[in-house]
Ligand binder design. Structure first.
Ligand SMILES: CC(=O)[C@@H](O)[C@H](O)COP(=O)(O)O
Ligand SMILES: NCC(=O)COP(=O)(O)O
Length: 240
């Protein structure tokens, strides 16, 4: 079964909209775990548009499943991650002004920088994952960085799923097979939802974890958070 890590960025978006503490990000994370989530993911961006750095600190002392912090490894991110020591840090190549994550790492070009960052995180006992496009030519240089895992950036899969899912999944199957053959563990995320998730988890063998936020939180508006997490767990192969 594929582990489901719930990304609660958008809970913080809603909270920040009115300036108070409703919804309470910490309480929602605890409820997500109570409803079956096997991890909590947050992505503190430099402008703190949703998850704030203080949220990460507050969450670190209460999350009892796996805590995954995503972000670009600038100094502030690295200080926070080394202070909090989450189970996993997922490095993404986002520039501060992007609307959302929009690419994986060019591990050929940035291998040396990533290697140093990954060594620093692993020396703190933190499992590392790096965001990767479904491009098998990037796998060998990903291995050279020393990362524990890759996270397949699933935006193009999600965008093309409805039109031709067999074609959309192909590069992911190839990249996952290449990564698995090197011993890398495989995560996936971005734009996964209740329509496209089950096919992805069925077609990509040896997938360790998916992290899902935007669509899951939107679905919770209609189905409720507990029911929605159960639906996503089912799509991850639980209860099969
Ligand atoms: C790395 C990734 O694909 C997502 O986890 C990202 O965290 C989404 O960020 P926003 O919630 O800011 O769109
Ligand atoms: N790493 C992907 C993630 O955490 C959530 O992405 P999304 O589901 O909000 O697109």
């Amino acid at each position: 079964m594929v582990r489901l890590s719930v990304n609660i960025n958008k809970i913080a978006t809603l909270r920040n909209a009115r300036g108070g503490n409703n919804p309470d990000v910490v309480n929602v994370a605890l409820d997500c775990e109570r409803f079956g989530a096997e991890g909590i993911t947050v992505h503190p961006r430099p402008d703190e548009r949703h998850i704030r750095y203080q949220d990460v600190i507050d969450l670190s002392s209460v999350v009892t499943t796996e805590f995954n912090i995503e972000g670009y490894p600038d100094d502030r991110f690295m200080q926070l991650v080394k202070k909090v020591k989450p189970h996993q840090a997922t490095l993404v190549p986002d520039s501060p002004d992007v609307l959302t994550s929009n690419a994986g790492w060019n591990t050929k070009e940035h291998g040396s920088m990533l290697s140093d960052i990954i060594a620093e995180l692993k020396s703190e006992g933190i499992r590392t994952s790096i965001f990767l496009d479904p491009d098998e030519s990037m796998v060998s240089s990903a291995v050279s960085t020393g990362t524990d895992r890759i996270e397949l950036y699933t935006e193009s899969y999600a965008r093309n799923y409805e039109n031709n899912r067999e074609k959309a999944i192909e590069p992911y199957i190839r990249t996952a097979a290449a990564a698995h053959s090197t011993g890398l563990a495989i995560n996936a995320g971005h734009d996964l939802d209740l329509e496209n998730l089950a096919y992805f988890t069925q077609q990509i063998p040896y997938l360790s974890e998916v992290s899902i936020g935007h669509a899951l939180i939107c679905d919770a508006l209609y189905f409720g958070l507990e029911n929605t997490i159960q639906l996503y767990l089912r799509a991850c192969g639980h209860y099969r």
